[in-house]
Write a protein that binds this ligand. Sequence first.
Ligand code: RB5
Length: 151
Amino acid sequence: MIFKDHPIAIGGDHASPSLKKNLQEYFPEIRWIDIGPFDDEKVDYPIMAKKVTDEIIEGRCKSGILICGTGIGVNIAANKRKGIRAAVAHDLFSAQMAREHNDAQILCLGARVIEKEKAREIVRVWLTTEFSKEARHQKRIDLITEIEKGN
Ligand code: RB5
């Protein structure tokens, strides 16, 4: 696991608790920082995306998992934060590319889109795939950073 030395933040909206719990149980070797929710109360996904990205931006985590119904809302919100690269991946190839090419720190999942078994496979691929560090991919990430700077 590439993140074995680092905790992983996990959180989502009211669609997330069951999948969130399942992932934590399936990967007990991971030090999870669970930012909630802890019950079925409605919680707006941008608030939770902010909390998970805060964990990364403030240096407590290097990566995180965000879950909502589709993965889309948390993804849009997370990508508004400077320095954050979040990817929705509902298949193994996308999960691999999100790490290898995009160096995504955040994996976004749709609890109402995929089965738990599939989500666990996706998380495993995402966790075990390193950024390729190839110059062409680094250049593209640097170009994203330039966009963030308003250039
Ligand atoms: C909440 O019902 C739903 O809109 C949310 O979980 C998410 O899918 C939004 O993108």
